[in-house]
Design a protein around this ligand. Sequence first.
Ligand SMILES: C[S@@+](CC[C@H](N)C(=O)[O-])C[C@H]1O[C@@H](n2cnc3c(N)ncnc32)[C@H](O)[C@@H]1O
Length: 288
Amino acid sequence: MLGDIPRALWYEATARDPLPRQPEHELVMNDAGTVSDYTSCGTEGGALFGPYLYNAAQVSARVRTGDLVLDLGCGSGQLLNLIARWNPATRFRGIDLAPNMLAEGRAAAAAAGLSNVDFVEGDFSTLDGIADGSVDAVISSMALHHLPDRGALTRCFDAIGRVLRPGGALYLMDFGRLRSDRSLEIFVAKVAVSETKALTQDYRASLHAAFTPGDFQTEIARLSRRNVAFYRTPLAPLAMVAATPARNMVPGGNALFHQAVRRLSRTRRAELAQLRMFLGLGGLRFPR
Ligand SMILES: C[S@@+](CC[C@H](N)C(=O)[O-])C[C@H]1O[C@@H](n2cnc3c(N)ncnc32)[C@H](O)[C@@H]1O
């Protein structure tokens, strides 16, 4: 008998087409309850904190002193504030359409005494109001699947190409759309074992709303930046990344990452190690 995960991978390998896309019901996450539930998942020990550490390490290996870094769909800024703390000589700007999310981000940055990060209201599918070539790096985590449709993804990549200076850095991470409902429910059931109903439902909705690896690859090709590559977890595209090459983290960055990892529970550490391993198998090197 196959175990759950090999069975899910078998379903993925044998299904022909990606599932039809079901956009998120709440594209902009401004409801007070949603903001509070989502933010609690990203605190130390929460389900999102491991992926935040992973993304913080990857972003820290792509930004430089003095850069202006734009985070698309920053939510309540937990990832952005973490990266800003690790990279005090770099400036960070989070953009989101949810004022309640932005307020959380600002409050947390002020409480942590961070002066190199700010949060502005704006639409990441157009990036209106951001000057051409004015940004040194564009990053995003688990947000692009909140776009309403495929055309909005094209507009978003066009906007990225417009605001990102030539040679600028990119790190976009999101879920990828699966091919089989049966595999999707197996992955969701794994989450349901240890997480809240709200987070489990959020994860299911995210997987249904995700764009496909082909969508990402098409947009990366249209972006016409020679140094942007596509990575995905093999067999099932649970995570996908579009990124420019990594350097090493800023001096001390690696130590901050390992300190934070040591504070994780054994389960959260294992989840982080899995993300690192599966994206590594997909070719994305983890920075030093
Ligand atoms: C799932 S959250 C991700 C938050 C954060 N990046 C993280 O890694 O936890 C997606 C965020 O994208 C925001 N969002 C959705 N559509 C947007 C748009 N067109 N422009 C700006 N923000 C948007 C939502 O309000 C929400 O805060």
